[in-house]
Design a binder for this molecule. Structure first.
Ligand SMILES: [Fe+2]
Ligand SMILES: [Fe+2]
Length: 361
């Protein structure tokens, strides 16, 4: 196939109900299912840098299509239809791209829209502001290690629900750290060094929980242990390398890692029992909700008032922009965004039951 770079003219965001898809995607998920008559059909999730769409390949087309796997690039033709409040691509043909030389990978990889290097230097400046020598040394063991830096910058924060893209872990960690720092200006009985260290380290287990490539997968270690347990073990290992690291400080920091999901049913073996752990839990939860909302907003189509059913929130989300009458036309995006966040925070009052708690925070 010649010059694929020119061929990727159509992206997920261009697809609308009634339109025809004719472009290359990467397969992020493939499930072969059986109909009642025992015939196979296939459900796929197709991805490019703009987002993802679910596709269905009915028996006849599936039987005659190339064999493909998750992570493969495929040329897809199909009709975009409405299915249960969401868009679905009914695939008429799907063929695997064998020659990847001309693939422009950046067309297919979802990545943070923020600048990775400047976010990373902000994290570094928070580390430099830590006064406690043990916590500073611990953070330096990670953030002066070339391999760790590369992995941390590259990692996602989830497979699907929030900050689920390359650089997502960094973006999420920086937001949590910044908000925690702001809160030290409001609540003066917080220990800033412990809080900032906990915020920066709370999700580092995600580096090993996820494999962030063109598509995002949960690693075997991630499936078996999860990022809270991985983070706990990893940090404990590094603490042991630091001579004289105080036991009480070590226990408090590890407690923040273990309790940051707040509840046992959300994967935390301990609920928060120190003030800094309460703060990391709430801030983490808030930023995960806002990140989750932003993904839904990004994947929504123009003119859609409501999202489809969002699994992570267990509800549909109201997306219609607020239009205020009797105000001058300078109704800034900021005002609209603030209202969106207000709606979200109101929704937070209802505890949710995630179907996959590991992906939520
Ligand atoms: Fe988190
Ligand atoms: Fe987490």
């Amino acid at each position: 196939m010649n010059n694929l770079r020119k061929e990727k003219k159509q992206f997920i965001s261009d697809l609308k109900v009634g339109s025809i898809a004719d472009t290359i995607f990467v397969v992020s998920k493939k499930q072969v299912r059986k109909k009642k008559n025992n015939e196979d059909y296939c459900i796929v999730t197709l991805q490019d840098k703009e987002g993802s769409i679910e596709g269905v390949i009915w028996t006849e087309v599936f039987r005659n299509s190339d064999d493909f796997s998750e992570g493969d690039f495929v040329l897809v033709k199909g009709d975009v239809k409405q299915y249960r409040n969401s868009m679905q691509l009914v695939i008429n043909s799907i063929s695997k791209i064998e020659n990847k030389e001309d693939i422009e990978y950046s067309d297919f990889i979802r990545a943070t829209k923020k600048n990775i290097d400047s976010m990373f230097s902000e994290i570094k400046s928070y580390i430099d502001s830590i006064k406690n020598s043990y916590l500073k040394e611990l953070l330096d063991l990670y953030f002066k290690d070339k391999k760790f830096i590369e992995d941390f910058k590259n990692s996602t924060a989830a497979v699907r629900y929030h900050h689920a893209y390359r650089g997502g872990l960094l973006e999420h960690t920086l937001a949590v750290t910044k908000i925690c720092d702001m809160l030290t200006g409001i609540y003066d009985n917080l220990n800033r060094d412990l809080l900032i260290s906990g915020a920066i380290l709370h999700d580092i287990g995600k580096i090993r929980e996820y494999e962030t490539g063109v598509t995002i997968k949960v690693s075997d270690e991630g499936k078996l242990l999860g990022h809270i347990t991985i983070g706990y073990g990893w940090i404990l290992e590094e603490i042991k390398r630091i001579k004289g690291f105080p036991g009480d400080l070590s226990e408090r920091l590890l407690h923040i890692i273990l309790s940051h999901h707040g509840h046992k049913e959300f994967g935390s073996p301990r609920r928060p029992k120190i003030l800094e752990a309460f703060v990391v839990y709430h801030v983490d939860h808030m930023d995960a909700d806002i990140g989750g909302y932003n993904i839904i907003l990004e994947e929504s189509r123009d003119g859609e008032d409501w999202s489809g059913f969002a699994k992570n929130f267990e509800r549909s989300i109201y997306l219609k922009k607020l239009k205020l009458i009797n105000e001058n036309e300078e109704n800034t995006d900021n005002e609209i965004n603030k209202t969106d966040e207000n709606n979200l925070n109101q929704n937070k009052k209802i505890p949710r039951q995630p179907d996959n708690q590991d992906e939520l925070f």
